[in-house]
Design a protein around this ligand. Structure first.
Ligand code: MD3
Ligand code: FE
Length: 221
């Protein structure tokens, strides 16, 4: 490699091995991308969850979601009998959602850039908690005001099989295994594809314990 950046990456072999796997036309799996961030990320996450604990929500159809949810950032996502929506106020305590910690924002913005989406400005971070058996059925994310921004997801704890479908619910799905520290970026033509999470298998993660936590960063407003 020639040019001014060549020296910066001369020690390539000494850096963390990081693969960028393309899983859709404009979707990338960054294996282990969050691993170097975990130590600064977990205390931030703990602070957010102390202020805004996980809760199990009921969908407009009357089903209790098996994943428990929380949010941070300017906007948080919730659901009740009347619908799904983003709000600036947490309906649980009528307070603003906890701020999006800097480290989390930086991780999301850098991952988005890595996947070709520069200028990502997330205003919402959904936090999903899956205990063994919990899942998320096939759905589209359509509550955001603008679909030009990507969605960045960070997987922590127990592994899960992510289902990546097409633009119709009935389209065939591809299965993608997601592990602790994996980051996925979805955007552009893939932004409205159906997706879901298979039931999380029984297990105990050495750092996160018996759960999977997924962070999704979005521009919702
Ligand atoms: C693909 N969460 O919160 S994140 C969700 O692992 C959600 O908790 C899953 O689906 C989880 O809505 C998967 C991945 C994700 C998010 C948005 C997408 C995948 C996407 C938008 C378009 C295509
Ligand atoms: Fe989703």
């Amino acid at each position: 490699m020639a040019g001014p950046t060549a020296d910066l990456f001369a020690d390539d072999a000494l850096q963390q091995p990081q693969k960028r796997e393309q899983i859709g036309e404009q979707s990338y799996l960054l294996r282990g991308y969050a691993l170097p961030w975990i130590e600064c990320l977990l205390p931030e996450l703990r602070r957010v969850l102390a202020q805004s604990p996980f809760r199990q929500m009921v969908t407009p159809g009357g089903f209790t979601m098996s994943a428990a949810l929380s949010s941070c950032g300017e906007l948080g996502w919730s659901t009740d009998a009347t619908g799904y929506r983003y709000t600036a106020i947490d309906p649980r305590n009528q307070q603003p959602w906890p701020a999006l910690p800097d480290a989390l924002r930086q991780l999301a913005v850098q991952a988005a850039t890595e996947a070709g989406f520069s200028g990502f400005a997330p205003d919402a971070c959904l936090i999903n908690r899956y205990v063994p058996g919990a899942r998320m059925s096939l759905h589209q994310d359509k509550n955001e005001r603008c679909y030009s921004a990507p969605v960045v997801s960070v997987s922590l704890g127990l592994p899960a099989i992510f289902l990546f479908g097409g633009h119709e619910r009935s389209d065939k799905t591809q299965k993608v295994s997601l592990f602790h520290g994996d980051v996925v970026v979805w955007g552009g033509v893939d932004r409205l594809r159906f997706h879901g999470v298979m039931p999380v298998k029984e297990g105990v993660h050495p750092i996160m314990g018996p759960q999977r936590i997924n962070l999704t960063f979005r521009t919702a407003g």
